[in-house]
Design a protein around this ligand. Structure first.
Ligand code: NAD
Ligand code: UGA
Length: 454
């Protein structure tokens, strides 16, 4: 099938590559020329394990094209995915300006029957709203044209850092629309994924579902599909805020959150995933999606008490690290703190809403000198204080530090040489914001170890 993906970011690029890999002809459109130029040379503009190999393979097979020409993309495809960003406005509402701009362009260039798919995470009701924008644009630009189109909500559940595995081997596929024929087309598009009938050649990423094992599909109305996405992300964020609150109680009563989470997670009704206590959830999605759902509830005159609570718990969880630093150092002014990890989680270069950034900015405000290191983030994010010193070497970031904070649980940090670290630090205090390090080992080496909830 002929597919166009508009917005080639973390979601659009992976979706485009996956659809090409399962045999479709995919045109990926983005309005950032530099990104498209890189992609034409099979260079990924984002850090996502395993992605580049698939880009290269499908470019060569001529199933994947990259362009800035949206007209070309729209006119040469039957299914058009909108996968642009939907960031938060300052009041928590989702900013739909990028979706609006794309929907208007699609209406401007539409040249026959199309299915327009909302892949972006959008507020409830956006499917109908996109339909209106496209219709208005058709009216404005081609009043004589009688073109038909349907809108589908097909939310994305991939996680950054494991996006390839999540996309090829999903837990489920959700398709929402009022058009039966559009739903049928979407089922046809995804058929190789649903049936798990495609061959898998990747050496880096294992086949996560047995060949032929069917992936569940949820077919619904537009509104329910949109709600599934917000409800799923908010539930996952709730699970993390819950375990963080339990971790905080553990610290007071002397329990160990790792044992508590293990004991809870073995209950099949609870499950072990998303029970890692830490410095709170960040990233480009949970913060904005929980806020957007709370905003929607407010619009309907409701007070979303659980959502409001998890937002507060999460905000406080980041501040708790700053408090732990103050408890240990007493005077923060003039102290050197090493921060390991800038990305909001491992295996990505994404720093949007990274907890590390708010922690570092707060410590800078308290007068600390911060040296930060990340295995992949090599340029300072705009939201990070200019005063933070970015080290290109992990030991360089630790040298002379009065305290070390682990903020992102990259594998690289698991195997650090702690004897060396002890000899180059000024003081031997480690705050392990992700409970990554071996506590007993560090204690034996003479470090003061402070974890989360233990
Ligand atoms: P992103 O910022 O990485 O990518 C968006 C892309 O859209 C950018 O490359 C941008 O240049 C492009 N763009 C913006 N306006 C455009 C226009 N008018 N024409 C063409 N291209 C345009 O965003 P993302 O992280 O991929 O997220 C996209 C959507 O998917 C969001 O709604 C997000 O909530 C949702 N989502 C993201 C993830 C994730 O892990 N990042 C997972 C599930 C869902
Ligand atoms: C999340 C969801 O997991 C995806 O299903 C969804 O598609 C995506 O948001 C989205 O809508 O964009 P992602 O943001 O990539 O994916 O990352 P997660 O692995 O979910 O982690 C989110 C945050 O929660 C990170 O800051 C992570 O460190 C934190 N986290 C996660 C914890 O603190 N504890 C955990 O147990 C799990």
């Amino acid at each position: 099938m002929k597919v166009c993906i508009i917005g080639v970011g973390y979601v659009g690029l992976v979706t485009g590559v996956c659809l090409a890999e399962i045999g479709h002809n995919v045109i990926c459109v983005d309005n950032v020329e530099a990104k498209i130029e890189k992609l034409k040379k099979a260079v990924s503009p984002i850090y996502e394990p395993g992605l580049e190999g698939f880009i290269e393979k499908n470019l060569k097979a001529q199933r994947l094209k990259f362009t800035t020409d949206i007209k070309y993309g729209v006119q040469n495809s039957e299914i058009i995915f909108i996968s642009v960003g939907t960031p938060s406005l300052s009041n928590g509402q989702a900013d739909l300006s990028y979706v609006e701009a794309v929907a208007a362009e699609v209406g401007k260039y539409i040249n026959g029957e199309k299915i327009i798919v909302n892949k972006s995470t959008v507020p409830i009701g956006s499917g109908d709203w996109v339909s209106m924008i496209v219709s208005e644009s058709i009216q404005k630009n081609n009043p004589d044209k009688n073109v038909k189109f349907s809108v589908v909500s097909n939310p994305e559940f991939l996680r950054e850092g494991s996006a390839i595995g999540d996309t090829f081997f999903p837990d489920r596929i959700v398709i929402g629309s009022s058009s039966k024929s559009a739903i049928d087309k979407m089922l046809e598009l995804y058929s190789p994924l649903i049936e798990q009938s495609f061959d898998w050649h990747s050496i880096d990423i294992p086949r996560l579902l047995p060949k032929g094992q069917k992936v569940p599909v949820v077919v619904s109305d537009l509104t329910s599909a949109e709600m599934i996405k917000y409800a799923a992300n908010s539930f996952l964020a709730t699970k993390i805020s819950y375990i963080n609150e339990i971790a905080n109680i553990c610290e007071k009563v002397g329990a160990d959150i790792l044992k508590v989470a293990e004991g809870m997670g073995l209950d099949s009704r609870i499950g072990p995933k998303f029970l890692s206590a830490g410095i709170g959830w960040g990233g480009s999605c949970f913060p904005k999606d929980v806020s957007a759902l709370a905003y929607i509830a407010n619009e309907y005159g409701m007070t979303p008490q659980i959502l409001n609570s998890i937002i507060n718990v999460n905000r406080e969880q980041r501040l708790k690290i700053v408090k732990k630093v103050q408890d240990e150092l007493k005077i923060v002014k003039g102290k050197t703190i090493s921060v390991l990890g800038i990305a909001f989680k491992p295996n990505t270069d994404d720093t949007r809403e990274a907890p590390s950034i708010s922690i570092m900015n707060s410590l800078i405000n308290l007068g600390a000198r911060i040296k930060a290191y990340d295995p992949v983030v090599k340029e300072k994010p705009q939201t990070l204080s200019e005063k933070v010193i970015l080290s290109q070497d992990v030991y360089d970031s630790i040298k002379g530090a009065d305290l070390l904070i682990l903020t992102t649980e990259w594998d690289e940090f698991k195997n650090l040489d702690f004897s060396k670290i002890k000899s180059i630090m000024n003081n031997n205090i480690i705050i392990d914001g992700r409970n990554l390090f071996d506590r007993e080992k560090l204690l034996k080496l003479g470090f003061k170890y402070i974890g989360i909830g233990r």
